[in-house]
Write a protein that binds this ligand. Sequence first.
Ligand code: A3P
Length: 282
Amino acid sequence: EHDGVCYPSFLPFREKGAEQALKDITNFQSRDTDIMICTYAKSGTHWINEITSMLIRKTAELDNINKATTMLETISDFSVTDDLPSPRLLNTHCQFRYLPKGHIEHRGKIIHMIRNPKDTCASYYHHSRKDNIFLSFFGTWNEFFDLWMSAKCAYGSWYTYEKDIEQAEKDYPGMIFTCSYEEMKKDPKTEIRKLADFLEVQCTDKLIEDIAKATSFENMKENKIDFSKAGDGTTFIYRKGIVGDWKNHFTVAQNEQFDAQYVEEFQDCSYKSMFDLELCTI
Ligand code: A3P
């Protein structure tokens, strides 16, 4: 835990403590071509990561070769990233304030995916129960819901995370590309084209279409090698991949509690319009 926020027990957090591990991320030696994927956990990180990787490589082939983790908070010795070819695709769930300061100084590209927080919360519950190596949550849905509401799940408050990035978009115009899980689901070709423009990657409509197909939930679930393993050895990143699964989890009372907090915390956030508010109401 650091500054009231808990972290998964990845090696750097265990070895150095959260404060030092976060400092090391901030001091990470960036290249000006690095691309950072920034997401709150369970917002579609693997999905947007794969789309970006395909755009950079200009292919609709899934990247099943590169096993090296590029999630900054899991890396104990950053020299493992030295051999990665440019542009390096890196990612983190840590709050914006901990991003490599070199990356911000270079105005390096940042890709941010946001997801309806109710679905994010439901997805996080399943992930937390499966990942008994780094999260070790053995509780019930009701217990997880309370953790989320009190910002005690790993990486802390979803609201703080998202509002930090919203502020950074204002502070550093043009540096951050934000898209929502829901918009990507609804119209992947349009969103992928916008992302290609942000990345300044020239590509044909055919390639955009092929990337949209190759990164569909069904294709990724079937064909993407998932290097995350649960304690029982099964993989668990590709679960349902739908919009609105929170409705299978929240009670009416929980939904009311969530909505009250949402209004209080997120009333003025411009990201509010990026997912269908109807889907945030039973
Ligand atoms: P669910 O648990 O709701 O199914 P992350 O990559 O940030 O850990 O997010 C994982 C969530 O994104 C999971 O949500 C997963 O199923 C979903 N997901 C992964 N790949 C996807 C894809 N290609 N299309 C849509 N959703 C995807």
